[in-house]
Design a protein around this ligand. Structure first.
Ligand code: PAF
Length: 287
């Protein structure tokens, strides 16, 4: 496995593979890798001849007062893990390599970026779309692999790829969870022991909501409200809990069938997100 820090070194390595007729799968990350990231690499290896992983804590997707400076960085351990799972190349650029001081271009996926996490973190998805667009241009992969834990993020990226005719296939990989059900996240390291005991209730709230949709068929506004109360009582400060259509993340109607429930909540100083997606059988028409 080779590690490169500049776009020119990245492109030399990749052009040699491309000349040899090899395809490239790409896994963008912000490092501090856990089993969820390594699962993305495993999937990427099944999709192409070569796997490129980027590690870049992207300043443009963090807002003022967010955790850019304190975001966990573990570059040596990350490279060791990536070597062990068989990645071919790690791209580890410094900020100056990614963003020239005179940069004037941002990618903005309108509409979908302004709800849910986009409402809590204004500008976040512009930063994500911009850096992912730049990384796609640098790596020019045939496929790119993202975790479905960030369901809104992958929906934004799919919209960008569709709208800008980018020749890359986006693949979503199921969330990897701790035995407790807690979704793996680099930010879980911020949780205290007491918070770690409460955190799995976030996923439990999603399972309760899914059952309320599928078994009880309750009105969605009532399910969302009950979930917010459940989370508050457990000690979270919920930001949103929304039953959505999985195709476009619009609020779901009772008749929609492909659903995802999105949640974000703070536990102490840690902001956690999670989701659950499922299919609801269409109601039978007895007319
Ligand atoms: O999901 C992440 O880790 C980041 O948002 C991404 C896609 C690597 C862009 O910085």
């Amino acid at each position: 496995m080779v590690t490169v820090k500049t776009v020119s070194d990245l492109q030399v390595a990749i052009s040699m593979w491309r000349q040899a007729g090899e395809s490239i799968a790409f896994v963008p990350t912000m490092g501090n890798l856990h089993a969820g990231h390594l699962q993305l690499v495993h999937v990427a290896k099944t999709k192409a001849d070569r796997v490129v992983v980027s590690i870049f804590v992207n300043p443009s997707q963090f807002g003022v007062g967010e955790d850019f400076a304190s975001y966990p960085r573990s570059e040596q351990e990350d490279q060791d893990k990536l070597k062990a799972v068989g990645a071919d190349l790690v791209f580890l650029p410094p900020v100056a390599e990614m963003y020239a001081p005179n940069a004037q271009t941002m990618v903005s996926v309108t509409g979908i970026s302004s709800h849910y996490c986009g409402a809590s973190r204004p500008g976040h998805f512009n930063g994500v779309a911009t850096v992912v667009c730049k990384l796609f241009n640098m790596v020019q992969p045939t496929v790119a692999v993202f975790g479905l834990k960030d369901f809104q993020q992958i929906t934004v990226i799919q919209a960008m790829v569709r709208d800008l005719n980018m020749p890359v296939q986006i693949i979503g990989v199921d969330t990897v969870r701790e035995a407790s059900g807690l979704a793996m996240s680099s930010r879980n390291s911020y949780l205290s022991a007491a918070e770690k005991a409460i955190a799995p209730l976030l996923y439990q709230s999603l399972n309760i909501a899914r059952d309320a949709v599928l078994i009880e068929n309750l009105p969605y506004a009532a399910i969302e409200q009950q979930a917010l109360v459940f989370l508050q009582r457990a000690g979270f400060q919920p930001e949103y809990f929304s039953i959505c259509r999985s195709s476009d993340l619009k609020p779901a109607a009772q008749s929609d069938t492909d659903l995802v429930v999105l949640v974000a909540a703070r536990l102490g100083k840690t902001r956690l997100i999670d989701n659950i997606s499922f299919f609801k059988e269409p109601a039978m028409n007895h007319g």
